[in-house]
Design a protein around this ligand. Structure first.
Ligand code: FAD
Length: 425
């Protein structure tokens, strides 16, 4: 007997026991899988099964994730369309400062944005993963079209012209469309034989949260230091998220420092704008890689979120990119459904072509920046790396002097483009 937890768990269990045939089967119930289920439910007259190997109905599991996300305005609009309000949970980023220099060499080169450069009142909103996850879960529990089957794995998965089927806890379930939201390691992508392009950055990010004596005033700081970028991102309640990227060896060493020594190192890198700082969360670390699936569709299959693309977190865009997958898929499935077309058929080609430009452009931009700032990952020799340092500083300086360019850059990061899926508008 599967284990179901949380409010309304009996409803979920009864639904699962009586129903084995769904319109859509989503494997992977991380944030992207859960939000995709809500978007599919919004289309109407669709039944959705959401399967995850973790106990995703238990809100306690989300406390373990120390990350926070910078949500672009279009991502916030998508959440609002799905009836998830972030206003009381998130901190607006009102100003952004990007510096390039040696540790302790304050702001040698600066790129200064503020929200008046773009047609929004905020650049992005910082929200902690645990808060967004619980808000999403609470919303999920109110949606009768969705059956959550967790913690469970699916076996004998088949997706071909005739349909989708698999075995969960000894029962066969079927659907018309399979959505893989099963993360960077995506077993479904692998089983479908879809390769990805990319590489390991041989870098890690250390993530933690600090409290500080001075207010951050909505300022997000990204310092490009010799080892990699350090982001200091404002959170609610006078706290900030730290995302410190460096070589794997340097990050592991930073994780093993005593708390006092770690704070001394961090202080040195942050500079003094936050006053006295203290550590209020464990230090977690994540390996960094670039992974772009060569195709995001196969027979009756759509890949979304990290299953389709993993990019360097320096631009804080991974989750935003996954939300844009959901928005595109929503319009494609809604259109197909409205004219009675098969949701697992040719409609998926529109999803693939719609997502290609956005994913490729963002992957290229973050990969290029990562290369400029960490040339040890690339083929250039040391003298050439020095030339690159001049190049990137000249680039930052030129951008800083051009209000027009900054407006374009920030509008892109905020998700404002010409052809937008409806959930982003
Ligand atoms: C340090 C760091 C900072 C980041 N900061 C930002 C940021 O500021 N802004 C931003 O937009 N993005 C950011 N990102 C990226 C963001 O975290 C990811 O893009 C996002 O969390 C991916 O969500 P997902 O649901 O696709 O994948 P996951 O969260 O990995 O979820 C996958 C789910 O699939 C389940 N699963 C896997 N295999 C199976 C299976 N066989 N059967 C059943 N279930 C399965 C797992 O249990 C899991 O629940 C950051 C990433 C890192 C590493």
């Amino acid at each position: 007997m599967p284990h179901y937890c949380g409010y309304n768990s009996i409803d979920f269990m009864i639904r699962y026991l009586v129903k084995t045939n769904y319109d859509i089967l989503i494997v992977g119930g991380g944030l992207i899988g859960q939000l995709a289920a809500l978007a599919c439910a919004k289309i109407g007259n669709l039944s959705i099964a959401l399967i995850d190997g973790r106990d995703i109905l238990n809100s306690e599991i989300y406390e373990q994730d120390g990350r926070a996300f910078a949500l672009s305005p279009s991502s916030v609009r998508l959440l609002n369309h799905l009836k998830i309000e972030t206003d009381n949970l998130s901190q607006p980023i009102q100003d952004m400062l990007i510096t390039d220099g040696e540790i302790g060499e304050e702001n040698a080169w600066r790129l200064h944005f503020n929200s008046s450069s773009i047609p929004h009142d905020k650049i992005a909103e910082m929200i902690e993963s645990r808060l967004l996850s619980v808000a999403t879960l609470n919303r999920l529990k109110t949606e009768s079209a969705i059956t959550v089957i967790a913690p469970h794995f699916i076996s004998d998965l088949i997706h071909d012209d005739s349909g989708v089927s698999g075995i969960v806890a000894g029962k066969k379930i079927t659907a018309d469309l399979l959505i893989a939201a099963d993360g960077a390691g995506s077993p479904i992508r692998k089983a479908a034989g879809i390769l990805y392009e990319g590489r390991s950055y041989n870098q890690k990010s250390l993530v933690t949260t600090i409290a500080h004596s001075l207010p951050h005033e909505g300022l997000a700081v990204q310092r490009f230091l010799p080892g990699g970028p350090l982001a200091i991102l404002p959170l609610i309640d006078q706290r900030s998220q730290i995302v410190w990227s460096d070589t794997s060896r340097a990050i592991e060493a930073a994780c093993n420092l005593t708390e006092n020594d770690f704070l001394t190192e961090l202080n040195h890198r942050i500079g003094g704008h936050l006053g006295d700082i203290s550590l209020i969360a464990p230090r977690q670390n994540y390996g960094l890689a670039l992974q772009i699936a060569q195709s995001v569709t196969a027979k009756r299959l759509a890949l979304i979120g990290d299953a389709a693309h993993v990019i360097h977190p320096m631009a804080g865009q991974g989750l935003n990119l996954g939300l844009r997958d959901i928005a595109a898929l929503y319009d494609v499935l809604k259109d197909a459904r409205s004219v009675g077309r098969d949701i697992g058929g040719a409609a998926l080609e529109n999803y693939a072509s719609w997502r290609k430009t956005d994913v490729t452009a963002l992957a290229a931009a973050t990969d290029g920046l990562s290369y400029l700032y960490n040339p040890a990952n690339g083929p250039l020799s040391r003298p050439a790396s020095k030339a690159l340092a001049h190049l990137r500083r000249a680039g930052l300086s030129a951008i800083n002097e051009s209000e027009f360019l900054k407006t374009i850059l920030m509008s892109e990061a905020a998700g404002v483009g010409n052809l937008q899926p409806s959930l982003l508008t």
